[in-house]
Design a protein around this ligand. Structure first.
Ligand SMILES: Nc1ncnc2c1ncn2[C@@H]1O[C@H](COP(=O)(O)OP(=O)(O)OP(=O)(O)O)[C@@H](O)[C@H]1O
Length: 275
């Protein structure tokens, strides 16, 4: 079945081009296919969400864009260059709270990649790190060690650390999934606010339909294992304030239908649907 392609891409050249990407793993002598012929474009300033059921290959796609795994078929280009390995132009934030070295303070954690990239002096790196720590609201705990911070605070450090390096794309793999509902909401707000203050390009993985609508301006729906593109949707009309609205609920229903319900599945031809 051909995927729905609802929206003409905004802007001329995509920053990130994913073309017909098939990802697979060797596991115990067998081949596990994670995605099949997945294509999408991400444009500068997009908040692009990969949404789909567990096991559809969202994390694998993020890892491939990160340069951690190579496609078995297809290509990934960032700014016109083939992605072949990890690089500081693609910083990642993961779900796990243990992604920060525990022996470094908040400030040292944020400074570390800046120093490792060797683009800034120590003084400049410190200044940049302090700025980002303040932007994520952690100035007060800049000298604290990760084990003294809450899950939400640790994720804020990880976000500051990633954005301080000014990557071309920020990769986020279910970054708020391990947080309680209230903190998750606060983190969605914090991320949106950071983007509004200084837009960056985001590739965000979630299996929460609501989170996809709130965080993303464009959403790629993937079918169950192995992941194929099911549909691509514009969701820029929704934000943090839209949560309870009838329009938001209807959009969430519609996406649910596209993902899980054969009756709600699109016809075998391209059609335009409004969220
Ligand atoms: N290292 C690996 N070795 C073997 N198979 C793997 C490996 N990593 C992922 N897979 C398989 O690839 C498929 C896609 O996994 P992936 O983690 O990318 O999906 P996902 O959509 O991110 O799932 P979830 O939402 O549960 O995190 C799954 O069948 C998974 O079991």
């Amino acid at each position: 079945m051909r995927p729905l392609r609802m929206v003409a891409p905004p802007g001329p050249q995509p920053l990130l081009q994913v073309r017909d990407v098939t990802l697979q793993y060797r596991s115990g002598g067998a081949t596990v296919r994670a995605t099949q012929d997945v294509s999408f474009d991400v444009f500068d300033g997009d908040r692009f969400v990969l949404l789909g059921p567990s096991g559809c290959g969202k994390s694998s796609l993020l890892k491939a864009v990160g340069g951690f795994i190579a496609p078995a078929a297809g290509s990934i280009e960032l700014d016109g260059r083939a992605v072949t390995q990890p690089g500081p132009d693609r910083m990642a934030v993961f779900q796990e709270f243990d992604q920060l070295p525990p022996w470094k303070t908040v400030l040292e954690n944020v400074m570390f990649p800046l120093l490792a990239a060797k683009r800034l002096t120590r003084v400049e790196a410190r200044e940049r790190a302090l700025d980002w720590i303040a932007r994520v609201g952690l100035a007060r705990v800049k000298d604290a060690y990760p084990h003294t911070l809450s899950g939400g605070m640790k994720q804020r450090v990880a976000i500051a650390r990633a954005l301080a390096l000014q990557p071309k794309v920020l990769l986020m793999d279910e970054p708020f999934a391990a947080l309680d509902a209230l903190t998750r909401r606060t983190m969605q707000e914090a991320l949106t606010k950071l983007w509004e203050e200084a837009p960056f390009t985001l590739l965000f993985v979630t299996h929460s339909i609501e989170e996809a609508l709130v965080v993303g301006n464009r959403i790629l729906l993937l079918s169950p294992h192995p992941g194929r593109v099911r549909a691509e949707l514009n969701s820029h009309q929704f934000g943090l304030a839209s949560g309870g609205s009838a329009e938001f609920q209807a959009a969430a229903q519609r996406i649910h239908g596209l993902l899980f319900d054969a009756a709600g599945a699109p016809a075998a031809h391209e059609e335009r649907i409004a969220l």
